[in-house]
Design a protein around this ligand. Structure first.
Ligand code: SF4
Length: 434
């Protein structure tokens, strides 16, 4: 049934996976002739895809829900995502919410669109995290130069500070064949770069008896997709085979994102992480030995319960010793049902801020030195559609943000440039190489 008069608006919080899933859900509405409008406009449907990685994410999710209800109290309010999975009761208490879909029930959103109406009682569709077996295929399309391709969902690791296994269930994936078909679908739309996304993508293949390396080998055969960026891969799952394959395969970009979380072995044990600093160091060394100009970003959590000053000092010394390009760092946020809640000592908010400040300074120096080491070199940049201050922007293979004078003919084109200097802390200037 087509509904050309109806309008829908989306609000997405959190990770690349959520953006791929929102983009997929939006096509359920588009296929019914329902028009997508901005979240600040009056719509007939509002879909809020929530995040729950921190307590602040929960708060932002609630704010977005309330904004939708205030914009149009007669609209159908649909809430999904990790906060919806972990706290359906809390969301149910927000007057005006009509439907709540847990992480394993997103596919069911399509089923209610045609018959949806304002209801007295909130309809809740969630499943226990142990029963989450469904894989919800998702890919972001049509709204970017690059596409986020969801290849894996869930996690079996249960790190002591993390709620994701409860929010997204067990590690599972679709088959290589299905994933390749999805990638081919965006190649047809002229998209040239895919970001391989998931919760624990190194675990790809667990539910189909395949491997992540097998997947990469099939993806690089697809006509039209020139570049693949690998999302975050757990250190113990980033095998030497994968690194060697990336080193020799141009379509796998020299850009790695590896969660470290702590640089202290005692703390890694407490966190229930599956590696130690020696293994982590060996991965960095391996990458840099085969791909010297690779961009390596790491994740770090500061101030997890149990992290003493001595442990943090070890982390500082360890990250200083790493040949990396950037540190994504987060201040620990207590999450319900996680073992870290009981760890002692509790790190005070001010201490967390002080530790975060120290890590920021280290990261800034590493990022500046990395960019400095790339000045004067040639790269292929995929320019995006954004125009700002008369400039167009894009990323090199090794994830350096480049700006040059705007030229619409460059949009979604892979263009050879020579980096000539800094535009600002994050961005470089470059000349096109004829
Ligand atoms: S690997 Fe650990 S931190 Fe990452 S999603 Fe799984 S449980 Fe969470």
């Amino acid at each position: 049934m087509y509904n050309f008069s109806k309008k829908v608006a989306f609000y997405t919080l959190g990770c690349k996976l959520n953006f791929a899933e929102t983009s997929t859900v939006s096509r359920f509405f588009i296929s019914r002739g329902i028009k997508i409008i901005g979240f600040n406009e009056v719509a007939d449907f509002y879909v809020i895809n929530t995040c729950s990685v921190t307590s602040n994410a929960n708060k932002k999710s609630r704010n977005a829900i309330s904004r939708a209800i205030n914009l149009n109290p007669n609209a159908i309010i649909i809430v999904t995502g990790c906060y919806a999975q972990l706290k359906p009761e809390e969301i149910k208490n927000i007057t005006g919410v009509d439907y709540i879909f847990g992480a394993n029930n997103k596919l069911e959103i399509e089923r209610i669109i045609d018959s949806a109406n304002k209801t007295e009682n909130t309809n809740v569709f969630t499943s226990d995290h142990k029963e989450m077996k469904t894989f919800f295929p998702a890919i972001s399309k049509g709204d970017r130069t690059r596409a986020f391709l969801k290849v894996q969902d869930g996690c079996d690791n249960f790190c002591a500070y993390c709620t994701i296994p409860y929010a997204r269930g067990r590690s599972r994936n679709q088959s290589i064949k299905e994933t390749v078909e999805q990638a081919k679908s965006v190649a047809k739309e002229g998209i040239k770069e895919i970001i391989i996304s998931g919760v624990n993508i190194g675990d790809f293949g667990k539910s189909t008896g395949e491997t992540f390396l097998d997947l990469l080998k099939e993806l690089v055969k697809i006509e039209g997709i020139e570049r693949y960026r690998i999302g975050s891969v757990e250190p113990e799952l980033l095998t030497d085979d994968i690194i060697e394959f990336a080193a020799k395969e141009n379509r796998i970009l020299p850009h790695f994102h590896i969660p470290l979380q702590s640089g202290c072995d005692e703390m890694l044990k407490l966190m229930n992480r599956n590696y130690d600093t020696a293994l982590f160091f060996s991965k960095i060394t391996k990458i840099k030995s085969l791909i010297p100009d690779a961009f390596i970003g790491i994740d770090l959590i500061v101030g997890v319960n149990g992290e003493t000053d001595e442990m943090f000092d070890k982390t500082v010394e360890f990250v200083k010793s790493l040949d990396i390009s950037f540190i994504h760092h987060f201040q620990y946020s207590e999450r319900e049902n996680t073992r870290a809640l009981n760890f002692k000592p509790i790190v005070r908010p001010q201490q967390k801020q002080e530790r975060a400040k120290i890590i920021t300074e280290i990261s800034d120096i590493k990022h500046e030195n990395f960019i400095k080491s790339q000045i004067g070199k040639d790269f292929n940049v995929l320019f995006e559609s954004t125009k700002k201050n008369g400039k167009i922007y894009g990323y090199t293979e090794n994830y350096i943000k480049v700006e040059i004078d705007f030229n619409k003919n460059l949009i979604n084109e892979i263009t050879k440039v020579k980096i000539t200097g800094f535009a600002d802390k994050e961005t470089v200037i470059a000349n096109i190489v004829q």
